[in-house]
Every structure is written in C-alpha cells, then in structure tokens.
Design a protein around this ligand. Structure first.
Ligand SMILES: Cc1cc2nc3c(=O)[nH]c(=O)nc-3n(C[C@H](O)[C@H](O)[C@H](O)COP(=O)(O)O)c2cc1C
Length: 211
C-alpha cells in the first residue's frame, strides 16, 4: 500500500510539472524569467547621459554579454570598438556640427551621441549573409546587460553617415575595423541623466501563430 501511494504521489508530481505555466513549475525558472523579462520590458532608449564614462569593469561585462549572442555558424561576424575618449567624441561631434549646425541648437547639447560619454561602434563584413543579423543580436545583448546594471543605452544609426564622411575619416581609421568591414551602428552607453521614458507603443498584431 505504501508503495502504491508513493508511486501515485510521484505520478501526480510528474503530471503537474508537465503542464505549461503551472504554478509548480514556478521555482527557479520563473524567477529567472521574471528577471530577464523585467530587464527587457524596462529598457528604453536613453537620450541624455551624465558626463562620467561607464566604468570599464561594467563595460567588460557588457562586451562579454555581447559576444555570447548567437551568430550564424558561430562566425561571430562582429567587430566592436568602445570609445570613452572625450577627445574622440568631441572631435566627431565638431565634424557633425560643421555639417549640420542645427544639431548643436538642441538644449543641453554636448555631443552627437545623445550626450553619451561611452560609445560602442558595431561593424560587420560588407559581404556577409548574417553579419547584420549577428550584430543586431550582439547589440541587444549588450544593451540588456547594460540596463541590468542601470546603464542606459541608445542605438544610433544617425552617426554612421557622419563617421563615413570624408572629414571623419581619421576617426573611422582609429576604430581599426578589419578590411572589408562596414560600420552598422554606434551604441550610446552611460548613466541616465533623464527620467526613464515610457515605452513607445508596440504593435502586437505583427507576431502571431499560424494554425
Ligand atoms: C538600428 C537602430 C537605429 C537607431 N537609430 C537611432 C538614432 O539615430 N537616434 C535615436 O535617437 N534613436 C535611434 N534608435 C532608437 C529607436 O528610436 C528606439 O529603439 C525606438 O524608438 C524604440 O524605443 P525604445 O528603444 O525606448 O524601446 C535606433 C534603434 C535601432 C534599432
């Protein structure tokens, strides 16, 4: 009899563990899910930062999270260059402002990286079927890891044409990108100097099951 009840108890436990979203499953797995979801849902693009560069130890964690992103055939097609050198950031800004003087008219304007003190430039091979995708995954990993430590970020496609302009060539060269690589994005990183914005609306109808 004892044996019977033991088997029954094991069977009941097994069945309840199989159910999707069952409360019984909500142990370690759910707290992990909550932690990840919290970071995903609360991350926002930050467009004003304190002047202090991101501590390099924290940036090392951000980079590590980036390179643990998946990439096609694990080719790791990215090249990432982090700049927290004010002279570099201000130099590129001066070039951009000379090209588009209106930029500097924004209140509180310090630089073209949304005032970020630290910028990660992300590049991939010009000829690669997965490079842009790989770099997107890397970038998101970096931004989420940063936000989990309270570091704000913002992808900046707008800085690419500036970095690719003739005047900015010396700065692009300083990034030492491998031959045949193109710059995809600059990612601003820093400690937020603004309130965390409300999430812009998402369109849930863009993702659904097909039966
Ligand atoms: C590839 C890419 C390029 C972007 N370029 C810019 C940019 O040049 N300037 C900017 O302020 N935000 C830029 N963004 C940020 C988006 O505007 C932002 O992610 C979007 O509005 C959603 O807001 P959220 O990040 O707060 O959720 C870019 C985002 C991505 C993914």
């Amino acid at each position: 009899m004892n044996k019977f009840f033991k088997s029954l108890a094991i069977a009941v436990m097994a069945i309840s563990a199989v159910g999707c979203c069952s409360e019984k499953q909500c142990g370690e797995a759910c707290s992990k899910e909550e932690a990840v979801k919290e970071v995903i849902m609360t991350r926002r693009s930050i467009r004003d930062y304190k002047e202090e560069p991101v501590c390099r130890e924290q940036m090392a964690k951000v980079l590590e999270a980036g390179i643990y992103a998946p990439s096609a055939m694990n080719m790791q097609t990215w090249a990432v260059r982090v700049v927290d050198n004010k002279e570099f950031i201000d130099g590129v800004t001066a070039i951009a402002v000379a090209q588009h003087p209106k930029m500097a008219e924004q209140p509180g304007f310090r630089n073209i990286f949304r005032n970020a003190p630290t910028v990660a430039f992300v590049a991939c091979p010009e000829e690669s079927y997965s490079g842009e995708y790989d770099c997107g995954l890397l970038s998101q990993n970096m931004m989420l890891e940063a936000w989990s430590m309270g570091i704000g970020s913002c992808c900046l496609g707008s800085v690419v044409p500036i970095m690719n302009s003739e005047e900015a060539k010396p700065y692009l060269e300083r990034l030492q990108l491998p031959e045949g690589y193109k710059l995809l994005v600059g990612i601003a990183f820093g400690y937020p100097a603004q309130e965390i914005p409300v999430a812009p609306e998402r369109d849930a109808s863009k993702a659904y099951y097909i039966e």
